[in-house]
Design a protein around this ligand. Structure first.
Ligand SMILES: C[S@@+](CC[C@H](N)C(=O)[O-])C[C@H]1O[C@@H](n2cnc3c(N)ncnc32)[C@H](O)[C@@H]1O
Length: 373
């Protein structure tokens, strides 16, 4: 699995991740182009095109390598702020504007014709991929928590994007534990009206027999996306890599579910908004704070503050905490590991699911697999 895919095509933490898609880029932690004659941006696109994209998008691989070898385009990209030069953001902006799968020369002509618009989108948007498939890897823990408490759940997602992961009770699931498949779905909903999330499971996964009840759902995001806003929906679609039609279909169905009952989404930094939003959860429900593919956007100091805030919130409210993140975020500011009992070499591009700080599973970054520990 590619590093970019490991974070859902999202940026790794500044200064920590691979050059692939991160805002830190190859300049973080190494000299850009050192010894190769390439600029940092060129290296960044070459890495994305040769390491991250192959196997997931032949088109992005070709375009990205084409850009890496295109000094005129690199010069234009270098006029953007550093964190805006990331390949995924630029490619998604072009897709948002209608760039179709095509050979690089055609893509280059598209960029020439629409460069002012590409710049505008890059400068005003961010990578905010919202992957409803991740609900498949969160559901067993959510069901365990609901069953143990005997109460419905109050879900609070930090870094929620459009909030599509706030509807685990409204999606269908197919857990493939070869040779058997466990199917679950929302009672009374018409088949075809919700996404069915496939997930290959290994180990003693506590597969639920029913979906847990959810009494309240809310999220925090620096820039919440609105499932009722056609531009935001188009941006979410543009963030899915060109050949991944099954993910686009899943996204559309999840958006239809969310549109029927949009969640409460609060704009702001998760460290600033967490406590006040948690206080709004109904007292007769069990609060679960969760996040996936988010902490990589925070530096180690901000992640440390978030962990401390979660520890206090757990004491004050008895809430549960589910963290589903890639390996770069288990490091603390001093370089030590948050979960020293877990060998992060086992992740190999997957996420680690922690329940109240304890590792419970290794998960596919888009929810495609769940290995219970
Ligand atoms: C890759 S998306 C993941 C969205 C969702 N959690 C999922 O798994 O599909 C990361 C989201 O985190 C948000 N984010 C990043 N840093 C944040 C911060 N400090 N406070 C709140 N949201 C943040 C971004 O705006 C983005 O929408």
């Amino acid at each position: 699995m590619s590093p970019a895919d490991a974070a859902g095509g999202e940026p790794p933490a500044a200064g920590q991740g691979p050059a692939g898609s991160g805002p830190a880029g190859p300049g973080a932690g190494q000299s850009a182009g050192q010894g190769t004659g390439e600029t940092g941006t060129s290296q960044w696109y070459r890495h994305f095109g040769t390491i991250d994209a192959p196997g997931h998008s032949a088109c992005y691989a070709e375009w990205s390598v084409g850009i890496a070898d295109d000094p005129d385009l690199l010069r234009r990209i270098d006029q953007w702020p550093h964190n805006k030069r990331q390949p995924l953001l630029m490619l998604a902006a072009a897709r948002f504007l209608g760039a179709q799968i095509s050979p690089y020369p055609d893509f280059r002509a598209f960029l020439d014709a629409r460069w002012a618009d590409v710049s505008r989108i890059v400068l005003t948007r961010a990578t905010q991929t919202n992957e409803a498939g991740r609900c498949a890897t969160l559901l067993p823990s959510l069901a365990q928590i609901a069953a143990a408490s005997g109460r419905p759940l109050a879900l609070l997602e930090v870094g929620a994007s459009a909030g599509l992961n706030l509807f685990p009770d409204r999606y269908g699931y197919e857990y493939d534990a070869a040779p058997g498949v466990t199917r679950l779905g929302p009672a009374g909903a018409a088949p075809g009206s919700y996404p069915v999330l496939g997930c290959a499971v290994t180990g003693p996964v506590p597969l639920p027999t029913a979906l847990p009840p959810v009494a309240w759902r809310a999220g925090i995001d620096l820039n919440p996306l609105d499932v009722r806003n056609p531009d935001d929906v188009a941006w979410l679609e543009a963030l899915i890599w060109p050949e991944q039609d099954f993910r686009r279909e899943r996204l559309r169905r999840a958006i239809a579910v969310a549109r029927a009952d949009p969640p409460l989404l609060v704009a702001g930094d998760l460290n600033d908004r967490l406590v006040a939003l948690a206080a709004q959860a109904p007292s007769d429900a069990t609060l679960v704070v969760f996040h996936s593919a988010v902490l990589a956007y925070l530096d180690a100091e901000a992640r440390g503050r978030f962990r401390a805030a979660m520890a206090r919130l757990a004491v004050d409210t008895g809430c549960h905490w589910l963290s589903n993140e890639g390996h770069t975020v288990i490091l603390q500011a001093d370089g030590s590991s948050v979960v020293p009992e877990m060998d992060d070499a086992r992740l190999r591009g997957r996420f680690l699911l922690l329940h109240n700080g304890k590792p419970v599973a290794i998960t596919g970054p888009h929810g495609q697999s769940l290995e219970w520990l």
